[in-house]
Design a protein around this ligand. Sequence first.
Ligand SMILES: [Zn+2]
Length: 416
Amino acid sequence: MSALLGKDPGALRSAGAHELFARNRVRASRGGLPLMPYLGDDQLTLLWRVEEHEALTERAWDASRAEAAVAAIVADAEGAVGDAGWPGHPRDDAAEDQSISSLYLGSAGMIWALHELGSSIDAGGMVAGAIDRYRAAPDFADRAHAPSLWMGETGLLVVAARVGSSAADERRLRELVYENREHPTWELMWGSSGTMLAARACGLDDEWDESAGLLWERWDTTTDLWTQTLYGRVSQILGPAHGFAGNAHAVRGYVNDEALRERVTRALERTALRENGLANWSPVAEPVKGRDLVRVQWCHGAPGIVATVGDLMPLELALAGGELIWRAGPLRKGPGLCHGTGGNGFAFLKLFTLTSDERWLDRARRFAMHTIEQVQRERERSGRGRFTLWTGDVGVALYLRACVRADATFPTIDKL
Ligand SMILES: [Zn+2]
């Protein structure tokens, strides 16, 4: 085993930019460690950090147990909704009575997920209520950005259109997509690659095409990356939530896959951290010591890159990313999609789709059994469920259902 693999001198729990945003403040790890401990230079070349992961459950795959967990999560969510949506969760730094309406942490994501999972909730009426609440008091107050797919009104309007709500408003959605076409983040969470997913899902082909052209122009031919201006920092972010992988995915169809594959391959081969048949990627192309700690999550690192653009990179590199995710093991942070065990498992489903090798499906399903235990553990700790699409229990339910069906389609990214 190489000295670089999983070494642990820093032991800092570090969050992604969107995690920091969702928490509204940066804080030290729950273990009471200092916020910025000294990190040696080799922190930048680690493939993963042992302390971020935990041992995989011994429990074997059991489809009926997975389906029972899905049913329990759906029933719990159906029973927990109030007049102002679902209660916030301490792990998202949201007060119990805090009403969030948008897709990432709020009602729009919950409604979309429950609709996908076959719940008989009144999705149309509920999303109409959430849109009213958003318009009266936009999420994230002084940082509100209505065009954002994840944090703004756009996500709500897509869900309204997808569930057939009377609140669907194509004219307003067109405006929001147009308004966001040159947003300086050049990423999915706030910027145009997110609104492009919305435009595509709702058949706004002209708006999609205009945004795609502008995003394509910003794809730097020297680095084969985009440059993000996000929360006051200028950097080149690699994962799907805030940069490269999400943008490359969003421009699919603007040029053919061969042209995309060439550029994606160049960028990912150049930026990969490789060791002994394993591969991972730092959050940014040029990491800064002490802030860009390597992660193995959907939002930052191999899982999201493989799950999102695994078909646009050399198979050997995607497989090396998959091996890294398996070797690192489930995430301690939780079972969810964005930075949890379930999101990581989607990379295995993608590799199963690409190779038909049952070993990847088996690995995805082992992770699935682990997510069930993580949901249970978290429920015992906090006394209730976590009601968000991207960090919470319904995201896990979507992952469990994907494992039952051996379907790599990533919620809202591949199908919104
Ligand atoms: Zn995340």
